[in-house]
Design a binder for this molecule. Structure first.
Ligand code: HEM
Length: 374
């Protein structure tokens, strides 16, 4: 614990200069007497229903804080004063009331002006530090289980010609076409097995192409909107910049790029990274986006985050879907499988394991044109 004066020599501690335990006790007694008496301190008086208990605690704390015996710490451990005040709503008004009482007590009990000023300053700093109403936690990001709702709100894709890079099973693409009978989609996928599966379920207004984002087999400026849904970090790192340049090329001026990427945080990520640590590639994906902005290919329209719910009936389902995808071999041996299972199982409840995966969305506009109107 840091004492209030930063003075180490025992004779010069505030504790000694106040007259030891008796002096500290007098200060504390006057402080609570004023809190009890002063109408201006009414709000904080209500917070202290048991003044003798508060008196005892503050005395013990100040004993150590002023450089005397650390009575509070000995009994209760580290004071963690800010945390101990969390149950109370303390704003500038409460702080000022508290300081009004302390100022009065100091004026009465500490004739030495320099000492009084030093103690007052230390209390003022601590009381300000204890304020807990001014940094409200930001509201949690929205939980969104259908990303199409986000795409819908940001990109208004109803009548657009859309290209998706790295479509996987094209679930979002199919939903999008169901929802918007006038939209068209071209879906690129590099994984040959997945591409074959996609071809096996054709549908109207949906074209599947076996290609990577780094070499898009389409002419310039043909699309209104490009989607990269959790796919940019799968592009080999040295090719990410090229992929974004390709996306810019095939978008018409003013066209939109919508990129969503899982964030490298949270309980779900903690499990995945045991067998597939994507920290580096996900950071590289964001850096490539920043570089594309810097290069003037795009301007950023908006960025934001949401939480995507992920659910698995049991570990077998998680293993099949997440650990053994067709597009990657994560080289899972028995030891790794056991390690991942041990991390997964604590999340398993009666209705399966449920996670929220934090997602970052960035929406870019292709430089050099007007906004696309749907
Ligand atoms: C900023 C205005 C402050 C308010 C409104 C405030 C309010 C409170 C309240 C309501 C309690 C609980 C009392 C009880 O349990 O009966 C408390 C406890 C305490 N306060 Fe404050 N306080 C303030 C500032 C300070 C400052 C500046 C210090 C020390 C320099 C301090 C030291 C303590 C201590 C040591 C306790 C006892 C904690 C415990 O028993 O766990 N408080 N305070």
């Amino acid at each position: 614990m840091t004492d209030a004066t930063q003075q180490d020599a025992p004779r010069d501690t505030i504790y000694n200069r106040l007259g030891g335990a008796e002096g500290v006790q007098r200060l504390v007694d006057r402080f609570y007497a004023l809190m009890d008496e002063l109408p201006e301190a009414w709000d904080i008086r209500q917070m202290h229903p048991d003044l003798p208990r508060a008196n005892e605690s503050l005395f013990k704390f100040l004993s150590g804080w002023f450089g005397g015996p650390p009575l509070f710490e000995q009994e209760r451990g580290h004071p963690r004063l800010r945390a101990r005040h969390f149950p109370f709503r303390i704003g500038p008004r409460e702080r000022d009331q508290w300081m009004l009482c302390m100022r009065g007590a100091l004026d009465e009990q500490v004739p030495d002006q320099a000492l009084r000023a030093a103690i007052h300053g230390a209390f003022q700093d601590m009381a300000t530090h204890i304020i807990n109403t001014e940094t409200p936690k930001p509201p949690p990001p929205p939980v969104i289980d259908n990303e199409l709702d986000v795409i819908d709100e940001l990109c208004q894709p109803a009548k657009l010609n859309i290209i998706e890079l790295g479509c996987g099973a094209a679930r979002v693409a199919r939903d999008l076409l169901d929802r918007y009978p006038e939209a068209r989609m071209t879906c690129l996928e590099v994984d040959a097995i997945q591409h074959e599966k996609n071809l096996a379920s054709p549908r109207e207004r949906l074209e599947f192409v076996a290609a990577g984002a780094q070499a898009i087999p389409f002419p310039d400026a043909g699309f209104d909107l490009a989607l990269m849904l959790k796919s940019l970090h799968h592009v080999p790192m040295p090719l990410m910049a090229q992929a974004l340049a390709e996306v810019a090329r095939v978008l018409r001026p003013g066209g939109m790029l919508y990129v969503s990427e899982p964030m490298y945080e949270g309980a779900f990520n903690d499990i995945i990274k045991l067998y597939n640590d994507e920290g580096e590639v996900r950071a590289a994906a964001q850096a490539a986006l920043d570089a594309a902005l810097e290069a003037g290919l795009f301007t950023e329209v908006i960025s934001g985050r949401f939480d995507a719910p992920r659910g698995y009936r049991d570990f077998a389902e998680f293993e099949a879907r997440m650990m053994r995808p067709s597009f990657a071999d994560h080289r899972i041996d028995d030891a790794k499988l056991a390690e991942v299972r041990a991390a997964f199982e604590p999340h398993l409840k009666d209705d399966g394991a449920k996670f929220l995966q934090p997602m970052l969305v960035r929406q870019f506009r292709r430089a050099g044109g007007e906004e696309v109107k749907s």
